[in-house]
Write a protein that binds this ligand. Sequence first.
Ligand code: EPU
Length: 424
Amino acid sequence: MEHIIIEGGNTRLQGEVVIEGAKNAVLPLLAATILAKDGQTILRNVPILSDVFTMNNVIRGLDIDVVFDENNKEITVDASNYILDKAPYEYVSQMRASIVVLGPILARCGHATVSMPGGCSIGSRPIDLHLKGLEAMGAKITQSGGDIIAKASKLQGANIYLDFPSVGATQNLMMAATLAEGKTVIENAAREPEIVDLALLLNKMGAIVKGAGTETLTIQGVNRLHGADHDVVQDRIEAGTFMVAAAMTNGDVLIKDAIWEHNRPLISKLREMGVEVTDEARGIRVKADTASLKPVTVKTLPHPGFPTDMQAQFTALMAVVDGESTMIETVFENRFQHLEEMRRMGLHSEILRETAMIHGGQGLQGATVMSTDLRASAALILSGLVAKGQTKVGKLTHLDRGYYQFNEKLVGLGATIKRVKGDA
Ligand code: EPU
């Protein structure tokens, strides 16, 4: 066990920070490599994260060759030989995102067995939309001994309307449809940049996917897919986390090569608060006079709305801005647990169902707190930067799922923060 210790209160983040490839892009991209019967797939700009190791193991469990060259941040996958059709429980159970292997395995093998994802701290996260979509494509789905078993000797193109633009369901169905007979249309599809990145790779592999980034995806099935070479898109949530960190700390930070379009909903709220955000040739600069910022109301929504994955970090910013801010979380029903931990740091807030009222600007004090999920861990560390005195943040396994060298990057910007062995 390790924890992070932050000496906070006087931190002013300044300088430049480099952002990794996106965790939420690389996981489905790895799932897509299962589809390639010919050649190797090379993914570049891969973030070195525990979730990536887990997904590599899920894929290795199918008897697929996966080599992670960490020095060059590259993964090479060779799925050209016979593959198994059962994703091992040992790894699938560690990460809900593993469910995106269901569509590709089924499309390639005509049969797939994948463990049913278990509980999750941020919400109930059912997978009904994934399964309904596959059924619409002709799959017979049953559940036995904790496994989902899907069968379809050949998936059939279908018209699928998603009740909610689920990221994972869109990815699973898009991948399954690449090898289906005929055309699949997915309406009310998710529009996240990670969907666009997946479509880019699939098309390089020989698939015919159109409309990625819009609410209607059209996939014309093909007989066979091959390997390809692909750079993983930048992590907009890591970039956003550093933008918020700069805004909270009176900072002046250049987030190198950050993609304006992908962060537009966050940038719009930062600007509404009074944060200076500029699009420079080398990235996005975020500058703030924190004391002059104004409270705002934010509602999380599927892309291009405000991302739920920035909600926790943004509430940490709201906590240092004078006045009443409101955060409405509409995507996950239990994603305010960081606020309970921040209460230990002196945060004044009230939560009523999906709405949190943050009474900001009353000062935070250092305390020992525990990460409750990935984004909560980032929010607690950012809070520690501005809290007076020492903050210890524990349960870093959450942080390691999605942030590479988070404390080192913050040190590079001037924070006094270290990672040490032992419980917090
Ligand atoms: N939902 C259903 N039925 C389904 C699928 C989803 O009701 O069949 C509901 C979920 O319960 C949730 C909402 O739809 O309330 C959104 O879920 P979605 O399927 O869009 O999320 P996901 O694919 O499971 C991805 C990211 C999450 C991110 C969400 C929303 C990955 C690996 N994970 O999850 O990332 O919060 O989209 O943007 O891409 C994170 O990085 O911290 C993280 C949790």
